[in-house]
Design a protein. Structure first.
Length: 140
């Protein structure tokens, strides 16, 4: 008895340019694997790769991802310019000028044995200003 091989797909980071390269490579990968990429057992990614992975898992076809990269309209999907603008146009917006989590910082100060040092340090990082509503819309 033979079973079909289990195949996973790991996609890396790279912002708008990285996602364009990934999406451009997907047709050859799908042809080589011999089945739709959205049907793979596991799809994971980092940064831009996570958005492409989520789109594949949400049912977007490779052809739709390519059309999206080309700026062609797809019903219910935000255009690439909106995504670029909301993610900082290549440079992230400046963060808010205050602590990211005063509550977490207070908890770390009053009960240091309950909070890992890296987590405590993250409370000092400022909150970002980027909005990603277009990515949420893309995934919906």
């Amino acid at each position: 008895m033979t079973t079909a091989p289990r195949i996973g797909l790991v996609l890396g980071a790279g912002g708008v340019l990285g996602s364009a390269w990934m999406v451009g490579a997907l047709p050859a990968l799908a042809q080589r694997i011999g089945r739709p990429l959205g049907e793979l057992e596991l799809i994971v990614g980092t940064s831009a790769g996570s958005v492409v992975a989520a789109a594949l898992r949400a049912g977007m076809r490779v052809e739709e991802l390519i059309a999206h990269q080309r700026g062609e309209p797809i019903h219910g999907v935000p255009d690439m310019r909106t995504v670029e603008r909301e993610t900082g146009d290549g440079l992230p917006p400046l963060p808010y000028p205050w602590l990211g989590s005063p509550r977490l910082l207070a908890r770390a100060a009053t009960r240091p044995w309950r909070v890992r040092p890296v987590v405590a340090a993250s409370s000092l990082l400022p909150l970002g200003r980027a909005r990603l509503e277009s990515v949420v819309t893309l995934m919906d």
